[in-house]
Design a protein around this ligand. Structure first.
Ligand code: URA
Length: 256
């Protein structure tokens, strides 16, 4: 995976000092909006899953509106849909291209087009669907899979109740989506299933993540790059991200 601009670790501390940084030691973090890290700092960061924080001002503004508990479900869904377009743009930045000859009204040219097998988008139900619809608009030819997982409220472990994946998943880039990377249990379980089905090129895209989830996922699946709009402070005793935005599914669908 191409290394994007990397946030300077030294700047990381004052800016997001509420982070439990020790929990993230050994995780490579790239911030898309910040200055490149000096070469000597790159050596400090070890080679586990690359984490890309898509901290574009538009993304952060919309995310703040979503975090606000007074934001109604309809607005929350609209914002999530808008953010999904911006995140997808970054997640798919390194897709391979090929060229074909076309005729513009002026002259012939070798024009770039996406190459290779159609993408596979996989949503972790139910909250993943809030990110999925915008992605399907952006990549209408993508195949779409669903993995139904719920969190056992006592153990916080993922329990699978549904699985439907497109064929030939082994030769497609797979983008797995869930708005919240909390403990990492559901995402890890979903990636286990994708790998069992043969998927080889998997990336995970979320809206918000906790250091605990990043660390756990990165340890279990170091080959899966993580893309997130923000890394929050920590998880509370119920496994919710702090400060977070509450239960993403409930916020989307107006349930409690
Ligand atoms: N799932 C959510 O919807 N919210 C959290 O804070 C954690 C997991």
């Amino acid at each position: 995976m191409q290394v994007q601009k990397i946030y300077q670790l030294v700047n990381f501390l004052p800016v997001i000092h509420t982070l439990h940084l020790p929990k993230l030691q050994g995780v490579r973090i790239h911030f898309t909006q910040c200055t490149p890290v000096p070469a000597q700092l790159e050596k400090v960061l070890s080679m586990t899953s690359p984490v890309t924080v898509i901290d574009h001002p538009l993304v952060l503004h919309k995310l703040s509106l979503m975090r606000d508990k007074t934001t109604p479900s309809a607005v929350f869904r609209k914002l999530l849909n808008e953010i999904s377009l911006l995140l997808t743009y970054e997640v798919l930045r390194d897709l391979p291209l090929t060229t074909r000859t076309i005729e513009t009204p002026i002259e012939a040219m070798e024009a770039p087009f996406l190459a290779g097998k159609k993408l596979c988008l996989v949503s972790i139900l139910r909250a993943g669907n809030g990110l999925l619809s915008g992605m399907m608009d952006l990549v209408p030819s993508a195949r779409v899979g669903h993995i139904g997982l719920y969190r056992d409220p006592k153990t916080l472990k993922a329990v699978e109740y549904y699985l439907k994946l497109p064929d030939e998943i082994e030769s497609r880039p797979v983008i797995l989506v869930d708005p919240m990377l909390a403990t990492g249990n559901s995402v890890s379980a979903a990636i286990d299933r994708l790998k069992q089905a043969g998927a080889k090129d998997i990336r995970f895209m979320c809206l918000l993540s906790a250091p605990e989830g990043i660390k756990a996922l990165s340890a279990k699946h170091p080959d899966v790059p993580i893309f997130t709009a923000a890394i929050d402070s920590h998880l509370n005793d119920h496994g919710y991200i702090v400060p977070g935005l509450g239960d993403a599914g409930d916020r989307m669908f107006g349930t409690k």
